[in-house]
Design a protein around this ligand. Structure first.
Ligand code: ATP
Ligand code: MG
Length: 339
């Protein structure tokens, strides 16, 4: 292993990746990867995806390949980053079980992101135990690699905090500094959580309100043209609202020409600028960003064997590292009776 600082992050294979992932997390990973100062680990979290999709393993299986394609398409480079599959690293499960005893149920129930997701997913009274405890398994993922940095979107902040608490509890309980406290690495303010096309607070694979990195030009245009704007902006001459208007939220994030966006905002607020015009501009901006990504994606899609080999090799390498950490954890606890 190198002495470079390790960063770890990942995605649940519950669907293809979308432009929320792109700004929320992928861009930061690529930036860090390309500085050459880090040893990046990027995980496809299939075990975590099963916590709310246990009865649909086929979806996870298919999405695994799709997420891998998205990674390669946006520029995650297997020569610089280790891409691996969570379920192929058994040590992660054992670490999860060990950490589970250091966390209270009440603490898990207080996690604001999990709370939100439970509501969204309409589990009602039957939240799967695996789902409630997935932040613990995330702590296992992060600590197994002794990652110092975790580049993620804003919704992941509570998970990082939970991991830090577990690290402190562990090191304190067993009187050894085995585990490393990670820090979140978040996108610039205002870009950490991309809202959905429908105005929902978060674009999310599970909510069906996304523009995917793999969408073709026509689909992108159709989605943009049907986006949520200002429901009270009925006639072109009406003054419109910019706050909460998702088209402007996206323009703020994706358009390079900030002066032009400001001009459009001023005009929209005064009245006399129709939704169609701002949507056509957003369409143009997004098409420019997504075209090269889509083309690279199509190339890799033709070579599934190459893609799976990248995952297999990455998983082998990741396995060795996680095993080593697990051994240190067992040693610290004295759960090593036959050594
Ligand atoms: P699911 O609905 O299955 O949970 P998801 O769309 O939330 O899927 P995840 O795989 O849970 O995606 O998240 C992967 C990473 O992408 C995390 O770092 C998360 O913070 C980030 N992310 C997800 N959605 C957004 C978004 N809308 N805006 C910014 N970042 C996001
Ligand atoms: Mg999520």
């Amino acid at each position: 292993m190198t002495n470079k600082e390790i960063f770890l992050t990942g995605d649940r294979p519950t669907g293809k990746l979308h432009i929320g992932h792109f700004v929320g997390s992928l861009q930061n990973r690529i930036k860090l990867q390309n500085t050459g100062e880090y040893d990046p680990f990027i995980m496809i979290a299939d075990m975590q995806a099963l916590t709310d999709n246990a009865r649909d393993p086929e979806k996870i299986r298919n999405s695994l390949f799709q997420v891998a394609l998205d990674y390669l398409a946006v520029g995650i480079d297997p020569a610089k980053s280790t891409i691996f599959v969570q379920s192929q690293i058994p040590a992660l499960n054992e670490l999860t079980m060990i950490y589970m005893n250091l966390v209270s149920v009440a603490r898990l129930e207080r996690n604001p992101t999990v709370k939100n997701e439970i509501k969204q997913k309409k589990f009602n009274e039957s939240v799967p135990a695996g789902f409630l405890t997935y932040p613990v398994s995330q702590a296992a993922d992060i600590t197994a690699f002794k990652a110092k940095i975790v580049p993620v979107g804003d919704d992941q902040e509570p998970m990082i905090e939970q991991t830090r608490e577990i690290v402190r509890s562990f090191n304190n309980a067993y009187q050894k500094d085995v585990l490393v406290e990670p820090e979140g690495y978040f996108p610039p303010k205002g870009e950490g959580r991309i809202p959905g096309l429908d105005g929902n607070a978060k674009m999310s694979k599970s909510l069906n309100n996304c523009i995917y990195l793999s969408d073709d030009a026509e689909t992108i245009k159709k989605k943009v043209m049907s986006m949520y704007t200002d429901p009270d902006h009925i006639h072109v001459e009406d003054p419109g609202k910019v706050e909460g208007n998702v088209v402007f939220t996206y323009l703020d994030i994706f358009a390079d020409d900030k002066a032009k966006v400001q001009e459009l905002k001023d005009q929209y607020q005064k009245g006399g600028l129709g939704d169609v015009k701002i949507k056509l501009y957003l369409n143009e901006v997004l098409q420019g960003i997504l075209k090269p990504i889509r083309e690279r994606r199509e190339e890799f899609e033709q070579k599934p064997a190459v893609v799976y080999q990248i995952l297999e090799e990455g998983s082998k390498k990741a396995n060795l590292i996680a095993e080593k950490t697990l051994q240190e954890v067992r040693d610290a606890m004295g759960v090593n009776y036959f050594n």
